[in-house]
Write a protein that binds this ligand. Sequence first.
Ligand SMILES: Cc1cc2nc3c(=O)[nH]c(=O)nc-3n(C[C@H](O)[C@H](O)[C@H](O)COP(=O)(O)OP(=O)(O)OC[C@H]3O[C@@H](n4cnc5c(N)ncnc54)[C@H](O)[C@@H]3O)c2cc1C
Length: 329
Amino acid sequence: MTTVLTYVERDGDTLAKPSRETLTFARSLAEAHGWGLDAALVGDPTEGSLADLRAQGVATVHALVHDHLDDDAAPAAVAEALVQLHTQLGPGVLVGPGTDHGAEVMAHVGARTDLPLAANCTTAAPADGGGWDLTRVRWGGVLLEDAHLEADVALLTAAPHQTAAQSAGAPGAAELSTFKPELDDALHVTRVKERATRGGGISLATAPVVISGGRGVGSAEGFGILEELAELLGGAVGCSRVATNNGWRSHNDQVGQTGTRVAPDLYVACGISGATQHWVGCMSSKKILAINTDAEAPMVTRADYAVLGDLHELLPALVEEVKARRGVG
Ligand SMILES: Cc1cc2nc3c(=O)[nH]c(=O)nc-3n(C[C@H](O)[C@H](O)[C@H](O)COP(=O)(O)OP(=O)(O)OC[C@H]3O[C@@H](n4cnc5c(N)ncnc54)[C@H](O)[C@@H]3O)c2cc1C
């Protein structure tokens, strides 16, 4: 029987949310064709992750066990382990989460097997004349593409945040099977050496208010007033790629296709034109306020509210008004 083998990642004791979404995506493919659903993860699963795997209807859980495989494992080493497991299980479908780590692992799998990898899929089905019919998220989420994958074995990543994680109608056995791959020491080179925990303050990804600045802010010092407003509103500061390229802000603050996707209650875009690559990072915000000198800027025309003017005059006035209303000195 064909098996849909799904690579999953843990988040503490449980499965990471994108991995649960990926399992739901993989299960819909398996169920539509009467195929099996297996999962593979690095190391022995915790009780919490086993419970998640059962809930997702997984039949067999393959624990990839080797000295080189732990939470800090090199993506190349994880990929080689998956290739060896996949070869042993026989041809089928291999799916991974479309996270940074998942995409890197799956890209290594593609390179090692010389198979094409289709990234960010939302649907997949075997095509009538062979190969696979797919729908993929493209351009940072602004369009969906119908694609055909010319390959016997489908290597796929599931697009993050596109399939809601849902439990299977009947739980799976999640029977544990240990797989011990043979891994060369050379695969152990690019691995996580250190993890830095975020300092105090609200995280950009979860902040209810994001005050974001772009080229119009003009300098690193110019962000001081954005910081002040963000603090008053209990929010975080974001920025465009121009701000990070100019060294005004760290890449951690960048919103967009190659930065963080945010979905706050309020996104305030100060001196940001609203290029597609930025827009895809903030378009899920409940309300967007643009502050810009250009009435034709895409951010202004797409925003819920816009104030036309110089941010260097408007933001200090806004800060003073918020302080006055709150009775802050
Ligand atoms: C592959 C790729 C990935 C990318 N990923 C990202 C990404 O993740 N995030 C991202 O942001 N960009 C990304 N970009 C870059 C993106 O295309 C734009 O170049 C960038 O977003 C523009 O930044 P900006 O809006 O700050 O600057 P600009 O486009 O130069 O816009 C500046 C805006 O400020 C306004 N302005 C100027 N002065 C003032 C003032 N005093 N008061 C008020 N308004 C003022 C102007 O009217 C203008 O609208 C990416 C590009 C590529 C090719």
